[in-house]
Design a protein. Structure first.
Length: 106
């Protein structure tokens, strides 16, 4: 079996498989922000997604006093969750030039 392969099903449900192990049940009460973040990052590919657009998607019109900080919290918690699930120590979510990307390393 191939090593270090991430499979993600985003249509008709949300499933994450890392190296042949289905991680979705381990995600437990996977919040919608984590799921939306994963879907957006993986679908945005090499183009990435801008900070403001990502905030709009994740917080959908909610009144937040500091949306930039709220986004940082979601990103930080998502990175921790991905590491706990066994993904590599590589920074899975990258931020360059005001744009977020899913790393090419995974």
């Amino acid at each position: 079996m191939e090593k270090d392969i991430l499979y993600v099903k985003t249509l008709g449900g949300f499933t994450v498989i890392w190296n042949g192990v289905r991680l979705t049940p381990k995600l437990g009460s996977m919040n919608s922000q984590f799921r939306s973040l994963m879907q957006v990052l993986l679908h945005s590919g090499t183009h990435g997604i801008g900070r403001e657009q990502l905030e709009e998607i994740l917080f959908e019109g909610r009144e937040l006093s500091d949306p930039h900080h709220a986004l940082q919290v979601v990103i930080y918690n998502s990175k921790k969750k991905l590491r706990r699930l066994g993904l590599p120590e590589a920074d899975c979510i990258e931020y360059r030039q005001k744009t977020f990307f899913w790393t090419e390393k995974v």
